[in-house]
Design a protein around this ligand. Structure first.
Ligand SMILES: CCCCCCCC/C=C\CCCCCCCC(=O)SCCNC(=O)CCNC(=O)[C@H](O)C(C)(C)COP(=O)(O)OP(=O)(O)OC[C@H]1O[C@@H](n2cnc3c(N)ncnc32)[C@H](O)[C@@H]1OP(=O)(O)O
Length: 218
């Protein structure tokens, strides 16, 4: 996955320890989010205290995270600017991201994830807007893999066939159906327990080439 998107090549001026710390704090933020929605009273206080202590421990003892290899450290681009992998679905450093495991690229792009409470819409079900976010992302990656440049989502149609469950593993799959000039059409689905819960079709368009011959995105 990182090869596909590696717009930046040189490593950034941040130690591996600091990158590991940032990803660890993002993980703590995710656990706190779930805890705030799950616990009340004394249980809430215990969860908050435990997570605050764990961040303090990681800050005070640089060796504490020694075994963690950062997944998304910042990079320098060709102009020397620091670039973060900010993706709110996949980035280990973004507490908003679950984050998903990127299982495969190729003719079919696949993510897997088990979503916690903070993504809930109806009880025990994934929020419908987030269903669209997951499908947009996996289809974007399928399009990105099949083309040479970056494209933007122009149209996304989501069909909600049955509830997408929280707390169990989801397969999120996307593939390109047709490419024609700047346009790429793709489709995909979210599968839980072998059943398709939601489907999407969409159109991605590469920006018009600039007069200097480059696209305007990226
Ligand atoms: C995302 C960039 C990242 C860059 C960094 C790279 C590394 C980062 C790593 C990891 C990132 C992971 C990120 C995942 C992101 C998930 C995906 C998103 O969220 S994308 C954001 C949401 N989307 C927008 O904000 C688009 C907003 N829209 C636009 O900017 C424009 O509409 C755009 C560029 C998409 C197209 O603009 P025009 O002016 O070039 O398009 P016209 O000329 O109107 O249409 C082009 C052709 O398409 C046809 N067309 C248009 N709509 C059609 C339709 N519905 N069906 C069929 N044809 C259609 C038209 O008839 C035209 O065809 P004829 O060339 O004349 O033959």
């Amino acid at each position: 996955m990182s090869d596909l998107l590696d717009v930046d090549s040189r490593p950034a001026p941040e130690s591996s320890e600091d990158s590991a710390l940032a990803e660890y704090v993002a993980e703590v933020c995710r656990r706190l989010s779930a805890g705030l929605l799950r616990e009340t009273g004394d249980d809430l206080r215990s969860v908050v205290a435990a997570e605050v202590r764990s961040v303090q421990w990681a800050l005070e003892d640089p060796a504490a995270l020694r075994d963690r290899v950062p997944v998304h450290p910042p990079r320098l681009d060709h102009r020397g600017r620091v670039r973060m992998f900010t993706n709110p679905v996949l980035s280990q450093r973004n507490p908003l991201a679950p984050p998903l495991t990127h299982v495969s690229d190729g003719d079919e792009c696949e993510f897997r994830v088990t979503l916690p409470l903070q993504y809930q819409g109806p009880r025990n079900m994934l929020h419908g807007g987030y269903v669209g976010v997951l499908l947009d992302d996996v289809l974007w990656y399928a399009v990105r893999h099949a083309s040479t440049g970056i494209s933007f989502t122009r149209e996304l149609t989501v069909t909600y066939e049955r509830p997408v469950p929280l707390f169990e593993e989801l397969r999120i799959v996307g593939r390109v159906v047709e490419a024609e000039g700047r346009k790429t059409f793709a489709e995909g689905e979210i599968v839980a327990g072998g059943q398709v819960c939601a489907r999407a079709t969409g159109l991605w368009i590469a920006p018009k080439p600039r007069r200097d011959g480059h696209g305007s995105a990226g």
